[in-house]
Design a protein around this ligand. Structure first.
Ligand SMILES: [Zn+2]
Ligand SMILES: [Zn+2]
Length: 109
């Protein structure tokens, strides 16, 4: 087994390696290695892990149809609400149906 002191950093040929990345099994200097989840890992492996971890949450879901449906529901709700308000302000004769008999049923001669 090669002593760690004789190893050089993968990125810095002049620097002595201080640790070995458990992911890619490469030697790295103090600057190129970071601690992640209580283990020493190189920067490129950390990036890979971060990307892999971020992937499920970043799954692109096309929300546009959902937004459109939601917007449609809101519009429908507003329209019905407005209609309800208009109906409430209408005269009682309209609700009684007398208005309609007057308009439609008036044609019985
Ligand atoms: Zn690595
Ligand atoms: Zn380095």
């Amino acid at each position: 087994m090669t002593p760690l002191a004789q190893q050089r950093c993968l990125h810095h040929a002049t620097r002595e390696a201080v640790a070995r990345c458990p992911e890619c099994a490469q030697f790295f200097c103090r600057e190129c290695i970071t601690e992640h989840d209580e283990r020493i890992i190189c920067a490129s492996c950390l990036k890979k892990i971060a990307q892999a971890a971020a992937k499920p949450a970043r799954r692109r879901v096309n929300l546009w149809p959902v937004v459109q449906v939601a917007a449609g529901l809101v519009v429908a709700l507003l329209v019905f609400h407005t209609i309800g308000r208009v109906l409430l302000t209408m005269p009682d004769s309209f609700h009684d149906g007398t208005m309609w008999t007057h308009l439609v049923g008036g044609s019985d001669e």
